[in-house]
Design a protein around this ligand. Structure first.
Ligand SMILES: *Cc1c(COP(=O)(O)O)cnc(C)c1O
Length: 403
C-alpha cells in the first residue's frame, strides 16, 4: 500500500487569511453601505511598466515566427537575463557574482521551499519569529521541523524578533545548520544594516551553517547602510544562498519570475551547493518562459528601471503616510522605511485579533494580525503600503478618528 508523506498531516491549518476574509465578509453583510479599505494586501497593485509590456509583446510576436520560436530554454535561465542580473544587481554594487551562479526561476517562494531538496533532513533549522510561513512549512513537509506542539515545531530553532531587540534576531545560542533570514523583513518591515549582518556571516563560517537570505524586498531599500545583497558582507559567498524576485521589485507577482544565487565558493565537505542546485533544477524544472524572461530583462533597461522605480516610490510614499499617521494616532510603529510593511504595536497591550476587529468594525480598515505570523507577532498588526494613495490616506484618517 502506498504511504503518504505524513509530515503533511502534522501541519496546522493556515487560517490567517481565510479567517480575515470571513470576518470581512461578515462585516460587509452586516454593514452593506459601509466602505471597507484593505490595508492588509500582500500583493502589488500597480500595473506592469510600459517597457516591460512592450518587451513581452515583442517576445510573443517572435514566438510566432519560424526564426524566433523557442522551445525548451536553459533550465537555469537565458544568458541575456543572467548576464543582466550579474551586471545590474551585483557588479554595479561591486559584488563579483558569475552568470552560472544565477538560477532564474518562477518565484522566490518556490525556490525558498525547493532549496530544502539539497539539504539533509537532519539539519537543524533556525527561523525568525514572526516569520514568512513558507520557511517553516516547507521544512515541516520535509520532516525537518519535528512535531507541532502548542505554537511551535519541536525541532526548529526560533529566533524571536521583539521590540526589545529591535526585531533583529539574536545569534543562536546553540548550533544550527540552516538559517533563514529575510531583510527587509516581511512581516515587520525592519531592515538589517551591514554591521548587523556581519555577525551572521561569522556565525555561519564558524559553525558550518548556511544562510538562506531572502532579499525579495531589496528594491525598497532607501538607507545607504542597508545592503541590497548578503554578498555585500565579506565572506558571505562561502556561506549564503540569496533569493531575489521580480515580484515586489517590478510587479511580477502574477507574471512570475525570480532568481536564486548559489556561489561556487559555497561548499559543504568539498561539495559545491551550486552543482547540487543545478542538478535539482535540471531534473525538476524546465525553465521560465522566454516571454517572461524577456519581460524581466526589460526591468533593467533605462526606461524599465525608471518606470518600475516610480511604482516603488509610490508604495514608499504610502508607507510614510502610514507611519506618520499611526504615530500621530498614538501608536508605536516599526518598519516602513526600507520596506512596504509597517508593524504597529497594538494600544494598551491589546491582542492582535482584538485590535484587528476594532479597526475593522469601527474604522472599516482591514489589517493583518501579527499573531498570524508566529507567537512573537502577538500584540502587533501588519499594514501594507500596496493600496492606492487615496485609500491609504482615507484609512489613516479613519483610524485616527477612532483612536
Ligand atoms: C512576496 C515574497 C516573496 C516573493 O515570492 P515570489 O514567489 O517570487 O512571488 C519572497 N519572500 C517573501 C518574504 C515575500 O514576502
Amino acid at each position: 500500500m502506498a504511504k503518504i508523506n505524513d509530515n503533511f498531516l502534522k501541519l496546522p491549518g493556515s487560517y490567517l487569511f481565510s479567517t480575515i476574509a470571513k470576518k470581512v465578509a461578515a462585516y460587509t453583510a452586516a454593514n452593506p453601505d459601509k466602505e471597507i479599505i484593505k490595508m492588509g494586501i500582500g500583493d502589488v497593485t500597480k500595473p506592469l511598466a510600459p517597457a516591460v509590456i512592450e518587451a513581452m509583446h515583442k517576445a510573443v510576436d517572435e514566438m510566432g515566427t519560424a526564426d524566433g520560436f523557442r522551445g525548451y530554454g536553459p533550465e537555469q535561465g537565458y544568458d541575456f537575463l543572467r548576464d543582466k542580473i550579474v551586471e545590474k544587481d551585483y557588479r554595479a554594487r561591486g559584488i563579483d557574482i558569475k552568470s552560472d551562479e544565477i538560477f532564474v526561476s518562477d518565484g522566490a517562494k518556490s525556490d525558498c521551499g525547493n532549496i530544502g531538496d539539497i539539504f539533509s533532513k537532519d539539519n537543524k533549522v533556525a527561523v525568525c519569529d514572526p516569520v514568512y510561513p513558507v520557511y517553516v512549512d516547507t521544512n515541516a513537509m520535509a520532516g525537518r521541523a519535528g512535531e507541532f506542539v502548542g505554537e511551535h515545531w519541536t525541532n526548529l530553532y526560533y529566533m524571536s524578533c521583539t521590540e526589545e531587540n529591535g526585531f533583529m534576531p539574536e545569534l543562536p545560542t546553540e548550533k544550527v545548520d540552516m538559517i533563514y533570514l529575510c531583510f527587509p523583513n516581511n512581516p515587520t518591515g525592519v531592515s538589517a544594516t551591514r554591521e548587523q549582518l556581519k555577525p551572521w556571516v561569522e556565525y555561519a563560517k564558524k559553525n558550518g551553517a548556511v544562510i538562506l537570505y531572502d532579499s525579495a524586498y531589496e528594491a525598497f531599500i532607501t538607507n545607504p547602510d542597508v545592503p541590497h545583497s548578503i554578498y555585500e558582507i565579506e565572506g558571505a559567498k562561502e556561506v549564503a544562498i540569496e533569493f531575489r524576485s521580480f515580484s515586489k521589485t517590478a510587479g511580477f507577482t502574477g507574471t512570475r519570475c525570480a532568481y536564486t544565487v548559489v556561489p561556487h565558493e559555497l561548499k559543504i565537505d568539498g561539495t559545491e551547493l551550486n552543482s547540487l542546485w543545478n542538478r535539482r533544477q535540471c531534473t525538476k524544472f524546465n525553465g521560465v518562459p522566454y516571454v517572461i524572461q524577456k519581460a524581466a530583462e526589460a526591468v533593467y533597461s533605462d526606461e524599465g528601471h525608471k518606470q518600475t522605480r516610480e511604482a516603488i516610490e509610490y508604495y514608499l510614499e504610502n508607507a510614510k503616510i502610514i507611519r506618520e499617521s499611526l504615530t500621530e494616532a498614538g501608536l508605536t510603529v516599526f518598519g516602513g522605511e526600507n520596506a512596504p510593511y509597517i508593524w504597529a504595536k497594538t494600544p494598551d497591550g491589546m491582542k492582535s485579533w482584538d485590535f484587528f476587529d476594532k479597526l475593522l468594525e469601527e474604522a472599516g480598515v482591514v489589517t493583518t494580525p501579527g499573531a498570524g505570523f508566529g507567537p512573537s507577532g502577538e500584540g502587533y498588526i501588519r499594514l501594507t503600503a500596496f493600496s492606492t494613495k487615496e485609500n491609504t490616506i482615507k484609512a489613516m484618517e479613519k483610524i485616527k478618528a477612532i483612536l
